[in-house]
Each structure stands twice: as C-alpha cells, then as structure tokens.
Design a protein around this ligand. Structure first.
Ligand code: ZN
Length: 390
C-alpha cells in the first residue's frame, strides 16, 4: 500500500467516525451545520452523508417551515430503523448475547451456561445456537446487519482462528470459520478486551476520542487498544496482553508459568491472597474480623486500618505501573478502567490514589456495566459498516 493510499484510508475513517458521532450527538442537524461543527468541507460532508444514507445508518427529512425565505434545510438523524446488531460474549462459564440497535441499546438479551468449555466444537455449536435464537427475534425490518463475537483467547488477526485459549484448554481452532458457516450476515470475532475497547469508543466514555486504551482489572488483567479510530491488534493478535508483563522478578508464580506477572499483583485473586498474607502479620487488623472481599478491604482501608492500607498502597502502586505501561506504549488520549478491582463497592479509595500520577492521561471508569461485553461485540458490526474495515 502506498502512503498516499494509507493517508486517504486514515482520513476517510476518521472523517466518517467524526460525522456519525456529530449526527448522533446533535440530531437533527443539517449538512451546513455538520460542516461548521466538524470543520470538514461541504463536499466531504455530502460524500459522507451520502454513504451513510446508502447504508441506511441515517435518515433525512425537511426541517419545519419557519416562514423564512430560501430553501428549508434538510435535517439528518440517526436512523432508528437502520438495522440491528447482535453481540455475543463467550466466557468460560457463560455465553451472553443480545440484539441491540445502532446506539448500542440492548433490545433483547439471552444467556446460557457453558457445560463443557474445553470442547471447541461443542462450545461453538452452542454459540451458533444462541445466535440463531437471537436472530429469530430480529424481524425483516430493521434488518440484521451482522454478528460480533467477543472471545477471551488469543486470535489470529488475519483468519479469526483461535490460537490459544489456555483457560479452557483450547489450542488452534478455526473459530470464525465455524461461526460463519451458513450465516448470510457478516460475522466478526475479536479478543474480548479489544471488543470492549471498541464498545467504549462507540457507546461508552470514549465517544469523544480517536485513541483509547481499555484496561480490565478483574480475575485477569488485559487491555484493548483503539488507535486512530480502529482496533489495534498487532501482528499476532497479542497487542494489549499486559497481564503477563513481569513487574516483580522475585514475586509469585503466575498461572502462565512465569514469575511476578502484573496479574499476580492487581487481579482480584492476587489482591485477596496478598491481603491474607498481610493479615497473618497483623492479626489485630479490623479486617481480620471481616469476611474478606474487595469491598471489605476498600472499606476498612478507607477507615484507616494499617494492614488494609498497606495492601491498598501496594495495589495502587502496581495499577499506576500498569497505567504507565499503557500510557507510554500507546500514548492515547484516554484510559478506560473496568473490572471488579475498580467497580467493587468502595473502589473510590483506589481510584483516588491514581489521580495526579505523573503520566498526563485522562482516566475514566467504564459506565457500560454488565452489558459491556455484548455491547462491545455488537459495536464491531457498526464499526465495520462505518469504516469498511474489520
Ligand atoms: Zn503470567
């Protein structure tokens, strides 16, 4: 690809995203106002809105008569009947799926328990079945535009093959190919954290930026990156796998086999384990009389308990380290934090400690809550339609 062509693709992507975001935020809006608001030329606005009208993503109508002379401007709005998206989240214990509209609102939701996550054929058949059941809920109009699937394992960015899902014991498996069989709509598959990053970009706290890092601190630690308005995967699909960066060479053994990974410091099990250790040295801590959980840890630390504060300080140190890693690696405008570590009751004591860190990056917590995974998966379909890239 020549660099001129690459520049054109980049500009087209950013301009389309900008225009659709403005229409969503300020609808109904005329082309002239869109041009003023975005700084794009009237002819660029005409081209882009033409594309969106063709794809049914937006609709137009005459503005009401005001008695003023001249032609009444045409108003553009997001087309509420422009289509439906399906998002599916694969997890080891559960499959979740939803039909959403173009704004990521969940219209119907289904979930299923996974009986045997270690069998790729069986699990894939269950996912197809769930998709089939969701499809039955979408009428002929607004029609289904595609299916996005968020997956916890490592995927080949080119083929959508699973390369490794260690937790469930999967090796190589043609995931996307299996899911696509006999589906006449586009089927997209991506790593969970990357899908969730895209969900924040289209429907969450990242709607005003073109670059963001989504960082999930939960049972595991992972990140997803959106760069220049598109998901960044890397050559082998490993971009954002920050959980297994070594941060303490003399630390604890990680489930990946290495020693002292970030995940051994800031994941939920790791922090609770560390709290138990500290409590052995401080049996007089008021945390000792509590049922140990993240929220009891945060609450007791907030009350000034020494042992709980020690655990919290260590945790904050490593979360800041993780923030620095992503800030210096991707230099993005926004880091979105999500997962139990920052969403448990009382997590404000941790978030307070992240403020004023030397890295000047905006930090926000996700607001997409329990539907984050499926909404992220659904956003992949919208993204593909808008920018014509997966
Ligand atoms: Zn590890």
């Amino acid at each position: 690809m020549t660099s001129i062509r690459a520049d054109q693709i980049f500009l087209q992507r950013i301009n389309r995203i900008t225009v659709l975001r403005h229409i969503r935020r300020e609808e109904p809006i005329s082309r002239i106002d869109l041009s003023k608001r975005t700084g794009l030329s009237p002819s660029t606005i005409t081209n882009i809105t033409h594309y969106f009208l063709e794809k049914n993503l937006i609709s137009e109508r005459k503005s009401p008569a005001t008695g003023a002379k001249g032609r009444r401007p045409v108003w553009l709005s997001l087309n509420p009947n422009g289509g439906r998206l399906i998002g599916v989240e694969i997890r080891k214990e559960v499959l979740r799926g939803a039909v959403t509209d173009l704004s990521g609102n969940v219209l119907s939701y289904e979930e299923r328990n996974v009986e045997d996550p270690g069998d790729p054929q069986k699990l894939t058949a269950e996912v197809r079945d769930l998709i089939g059941s969701l499809r039955a809920k979408v009428k002929r109009r607004p029609k289904l535009l595609g299916v996005g699937v968020s997956f916890p394992g490592v995927l080949d960015p080119g083929t959508g093959d699973c390369l490794l899902w260690a937790d469930a014991g999967w090796g190589r498996f043609p995931l996307k190919k299996r899911l696509k069989e006999e589906m006449e709509v586009p089927v997209l598959v991506d790593k969970d954290a990357r899908a969730e990053a895209l969900g924040e970009f289209w429907f969450g706290v990242g709607q005003d930026v073109n670059d963001l890092v989504f960082m999930k601190l939960d049972g595991e630690v992972s990140a997803g990156v959106v760069s220049d308005g598109r998901p960044y995967r890397g050559r082998r699909g490993l971009a954002g796998e920050i959980g297994h960066i070594t941060v303490d060479p003399r630390g604890r053994k990680c489930r990946c086999g290495k020693v002292g990974c970030l995940e051994t410091k800031v994941s939920v099990p790791a922090v609770l384990e560390r709290a138990r250790e500290v409590l052995k040295e401080h049996p007089d801590s008021s945390l000792a009389g509590e049922k140990l959980s993240l929220s009891s840890l945060y609450r007791v630390a907030g009350e000034g308990d020494g042992a709980a504060r020690k655990v919290l300080e260590e945790l904050a140190y490593f979360v800041r380290m993780a923030l620095e890693v992503v800030a210096y690696t991707y230099d993005s405008e926004l880091v979105v934090l999500a997962g139990k570590m920052v969403e448990a009751e009382g997590a404000g004591v941790l978030l307070d400690k992240l403020e004023g860190s030397p890295i000047e990056v905006r930090i926000e917590t996700s607001k997409l809550n329990e539907h984050r995974g499926i909404v992220g998966a659904a956003s992949m379909v919208l993204h593909r339609l808008v920018v014509e890239e997966d």
